[in-house]
Design a protein. Structure first.
Lengths: 316, 307
């Protein structure tokens, strides 16, 4: 900056222009606050509109029959029985596979893994898997589970596919909550002679339950709405029968036959109705969408609530 | 009872048992972690094997230069360009929404909002990203397209514009969250220096924080691109399924993902050329997203280390 000559004050140092510039800058500041708020409210508003739109469009379909009817050629008699049973069973398989493996992988990476290139490779893999488009998992499942392993277009194949899909979510959430457990707790346990697994099982895991639960629910809420990968496997959208029951009347009273059964799922059913030219089916699609969306939002709300509760409860 | 239990724990055989158990468990945990590696390997292997079979019938030159994609017709053409064009067009439209809106929300949350507001709004905003994509597809087809048709009466029922806009909305929370992380990594003293010079919050945000977080913002946009490229259901429902070599968003066109869905809906025999073509398309999709992901992740690592 050049020195300011006496007597001859340049225009930008004129008090009036400074004041004007200042008030202009402050106005801009306020304008941006407004813009930010409006954009945020718009996004939240769209979420609300989306939900209301589905509820209103689908309103005439809500009713007991909608949940207990199989799909039908006539829109007003079509229901989602096969879809919600299928979705529930798929979620069972997904949770049963993804949670133990994901939590174990996270424990390994946080508590056991040495810092070397091998661990780095695993970590890069987890990060990259989170970015792989879901339909590519569908192609993997089609080639590997459906044809190589011969699982066919079954509930087991769909559940395993979605389990692989949400594995990174479970791993990342579990790692975060394990990392939040202070070192001093581990050191105290080691000081008493506990082995690494005893430290993990008795001290680290109990403290990170909240984070693990959150990750599990968020993962399942992602899986429940995933359409593309299970379309790729070849889910049927017109199924007028249920998978075989997991409970039997004879010993051993439990059957796993349902794992091999063909299936349909909520998002598949909705997609099938959306893509029909007949307008009457759009109401079915909206009703199915409203239920699906309500389930996802509910799961997310529970996850947020659990995270909040655990954060409040634990004071290191 | 307690005494016998601790005796058992510290006895030599007890100690050996605990150590052996630890080794076994460590191996099991490692095996779980390796599932991630095997998944990646399996994806690459499956895509490469089936694509190799595809390229036995189709030359790479035809695949990359032909402007028609009609693998299921009698007059079969195997040019991936129309599908790539559709994918790029919807992605561009999505970015036109997600980049300005996502960045503005991130600036607002990181520089203007109170701690309380931020902690309340962020989880709600993330719900936008949690909505099932098939629901977004319905929204694009049944709500956004009719709305757009009021403005552009010529717009066809299936078009890339409405699909792109909705994908943009879908990735706003993602772009906003990565951008906000990047901006919050800019140290406080830089902001304070700027305030001390008499700058307003907006000036500080735009001239100090945004440049300081630039690599992180770039990462947010690039990871957003990768999400938009891989998005499937919205385009399959709202953008149509006809391959169409155009960059005009008001037309209908199939994307790579939409093509895979279209073929999967039919009943193609295992091993046919149509079956192999979805793996070739998937390979292209995987390469595009991998390219953006690698750049994006290396940029995020950079902004986390920068300060």
């Amino acid at each position: 900056m050049s020195s300011i000559p006496h007597g001859n004050v340049p225009a930008y140092l004129n008090p009036d222009s400074i004041r004007r510039g200042l008030s202009r800058r402050k106005t801009l500041d306020q304008v941006f606050v407004l813009v930010g708020l409006i954009l945020m409210l718009a996004c939240l508003g769209i979420l609300a509109v989306l939900f209301l739109d589905l509820v209103i469009d689908g309103s005439q379909r809500f009713g007991w029959d909608f949940f207990t009817n199989f799909p039908s050629r006539r829109a007003e008699r079509a229901g989602i029985l096969g879809a919600w049973v299928g979705t529930s069973l798929i979620m069972l398989v997904t949770a049963f596979c993804a949670v133990p493996v994901g939590v174990a992988a996270a424990i390994y990476l946080e508590e056991y893994a040495p810092k070397n290139w091998f661990t780095a490779i695993i970590e890069i893999n987890v990060t990259n898997l989170a970015g792989v488009p879901s339909i590519v998992y569908g192609l993997l499942a089609l080639g590997l589970f459906v044809y190589q392993f011969g699982l066919g277009q079954s509930i087991a194949a769909a559940g395993l596919t979605l389990a692989l899909l949400i594995l990174p979510i479970v791993i990342v959430a579990t790692r975060e909550s394990i990392r939040a457990v202070p070192k001093s707790i581990r050191e105290a346990a080691y000081g008493l002679g506990a082995t690494r697994w005893e430290v993990t099982k008795d001290h680290v895991l109990p403290y990170s339950t909240g984070g693990i639960l959150t990750g599990m629910i968020l993962g399942l809420s992602r899986a429940i709405g995933e359409t593309a990968p299970i379309i790729t496997i070849g889910a049927l959208s017109f199924i007028a029968f249920l998978p075989s029951s997991p409970f039997t009347s004879e010993f051993p009273f439990i059957s796993f036959q349902w794992l091999n059964d063909p299936f349909t799922a909520m998002p598949i059913q909705m997609f099938n109705w959306v893509s029909r030219p007949d307008q009457a089916f759009q109401a079915n699609a909206a009703a199915a969408g409203a239920i699906l969306l309500a389930m996802t939002l509910l799961m997310n709300a529970v996850a947020i609530w659990i995270r909040y509760r655990f954060r409040k409860k634990i004071n290191w | 009872m307690a005494a016998t239990k601790s005796e058992e724990l510290i006895s030599r055989s007890g100690l050996r048992y605990r150590k052996v158990r630890d080794r076994i468990i460590e191996t099991l945990l490692l095996a779980s972690a390796l599932v991630a590696v095997f998944t990646t390997l399996a994806i690459v292997a499956i895509l490469l094997i089936e694509s190799a079979a595809f390229f036995e019938h189709v030359s790479l030159k035809e695949f990359l230069t032909d402007t028609m994609w009609t693998p299921l017709f009698a007059d079969a053409h195997y040019g991936i360009l129309p599908l790539v064009a559709g994918t790029l067009t919807t992605t561009m439209v999505a970015l036109c929404v997600a980049v300005p809106v996502g960045t503005a929300i991130a600036i607002y949350l990181s520089e203007f909002a109170s701690h309380r507001l931020r902690e309340t709004v962020k989880p709600i905003l993330e719900l936008l990203g949690a909505v099932p994509t098939v629901v977004y597809g319905y929204f694009a087809l049944m709500a956004v397209t009719p709305l757009l048709q009021k403005i552009f009466p010529e717009l066809p029922g299936f078009n890339m514009l409405s699909a792109g806009l909705v994908i943009g909305l879908m990735i706003v929370p993602y772009v906003a969250s990565v951008s906000e992380d990047a901006m919050r990594a800019v140290p406080r003293y830089m902001r304070e220096g700027s305030y001390a010079m008499g700058a307003t919050r907006l000036q500080t945000a735009l001239r100090v924080v945004v440049p300081g977080a630039f690599s992180g913002l770039a990462a947010a946009f690039i990871l957003g691109i990768s999400r938009a490229v891989g998005e499937t259901m919205v385009v399959a429902i709202a953008a149509g399924m006809q391959p169409n070599f155009t960059f005009d968003p008001t037309e209908q066109a199939a994307t790579i993902t939409a093509y895979i869905v279209q073929v999967s809906l039919g009943d193609l025999p295992h091993g046919s050329i149509g079956y192999q073509s979805i793996f070739a398309a998937g390979l292209v999709l995987m390469l595009i997203t991998l390219f953006f992901n690698v750049i994006g992740f290396s940029l995020t690592r950079r902004f986390r280390e920068a300060y």
